[in-house]
Design a binder for this molecule. Sequence first.
Ligand code: GDP
Length: 534
Amino acid sequence: MSQIDNQMTEEIKKRRTFAIISHPDAGKTTLTEKFLLYGGAINLAGTVKGRKAAKHAVSDWMEIEKERGISVTSSAMQFNYDGFCINILDTPGHQDFSEDTYRTLMAADSAVMVIDGSKGVEAQTIKLFKVCVMRHIPIFTFINKFDREARDPYELLDEIEEVLGIRTCPVNWPIGCGKSFKGVYDRFSKKITTFTAAMGGAKEVDSQEFDVDCADVDSLIGQDYHQQLRDDIELLDGASDELDMERVRIGDLSPVFFGSALTNFGVETFLEHFLKMTTPPLSRKTLDGKIDPFRPDFSAFVFKIQANMNKAHRDRIAFMRICSGKFEAGMEVNHVQGGKKIRLTQPQQLMAQDRKIVEEAYAGDIIGIFDPGIFAIGDTLCASNEKFQFEGIPTFAPEHFARVRQVDTMKRKQFIKGVNQIAQEGAIQIFQEFNSGMEEIIVGVVGVLQFEVLTYRLRNEYNVEVILEKLPFEHIRWVENPGEVDVARIQGTSDMKRIKDLKNNPLLLFINSWSVGMVLDRNPALKLSEFGRA
Ligand code: GDP
């Protein structure tokens, strides 16, 4: 192997690329800040906070961007820690939650799920989690806020297992919580770390670590807690799943950690275990085989397109995940779906709030490329003499629907162009009546905020006023086998509506979720799917 190949291999081996997911307020931002703090990417934890001002008085699209700061303008943050080069993919939460959130998970090799110890598994975590399960990527759980009153840890684990359908294996175990939070017990090193809060930007936590068998345990954590811990250890060793790394790697078993992000307790331990348990970038599937990340030729796919990051230029940035080899600024690549060779100029990478130009990047990294309007979600870029396509990114089921009409029918062209371009960026999905063309369109979105963004952008960028009429549907299913069933003759329910996408694929909309099952019962040959094909 040449020296250059060797260096590339070493760089790729160091990469760890994960998405961090949580229900709003569980502590994702706080945990991310602490990670960055360990990596020295920012000096003081707190810098990532920009977006938390979010009130979303949605009158100005740019304002939305400004308010959301990092969650919109960044897709990934990179930092170095202990010889690793770590890429964190941020997944927007709150009401700006959109398909982007799901797609971002496609670019990750593993996911960290942050759960609020006083609340347990919350609605949004379930949706995101399903996408991770679908991809069979490793999922690590950080149960946060143990410095506050928390729920019983056994109950929390049961809930994760039941609601999310994944087994759990606690790596550490909390001793008390809230005012009587004594610390955590590491089940593998058999050590207790006492709880001491390190607030603000402090990196060092002044905790003590001692052996669970040492003589002073009673005096250090109190006799009652010691007895409780002994019982817990016995119970866990007897009843919990073993830490089988094979099962972790296929997303069947989630290693669980307890801690407190705010007080910086248990964060570094988590990071260390996490880095040991995860792998460098894995191979990625193409339509005809797998691409090994260590092959020297560059390849990547686009997972997110961000419009209007700069109002003056109206530019778009296409974010891509590098899947193999090395990227060099200005290199010529083959844009497979576009059928053209292009030069990748001005590549950008994000570190906390700063954007910088990158000269080189490796498999596992995320870069943003200036997009003159040629890229679509899921597109493949590869070496200029190659031509393969990565598996498409699924289209995720929208949950809110509206009929959209333009006020001035003379502006038909702009209207169609506008909705098409916004749909291409992936912010909305557009559908048509089953039996007609584009006279009226039905828009589906994952997060309701997207409706307001759509109205705003059509007015400001395309000079088109629209009227939006919300529809009561909440469930959408793609007909998987339109060749085998006559969609017009499907025995429906009273709340079912037939529509089609722009490629004429038939879909069904429902108001009630139980109608989905009923329609399947009434039409035994029919196959429905929650995910569309990209
Ligand atoms: P996100 O919406 O998931 O990104 O949540 P944030 O990181 O912004 O946290 C939401 C709130 O919970 C903030 O007020 C944090 O200060 C607080 N918080 C986060 N982690 C902890 C923790 O470990 N303990 C306590 N007591 N509060 C926390």
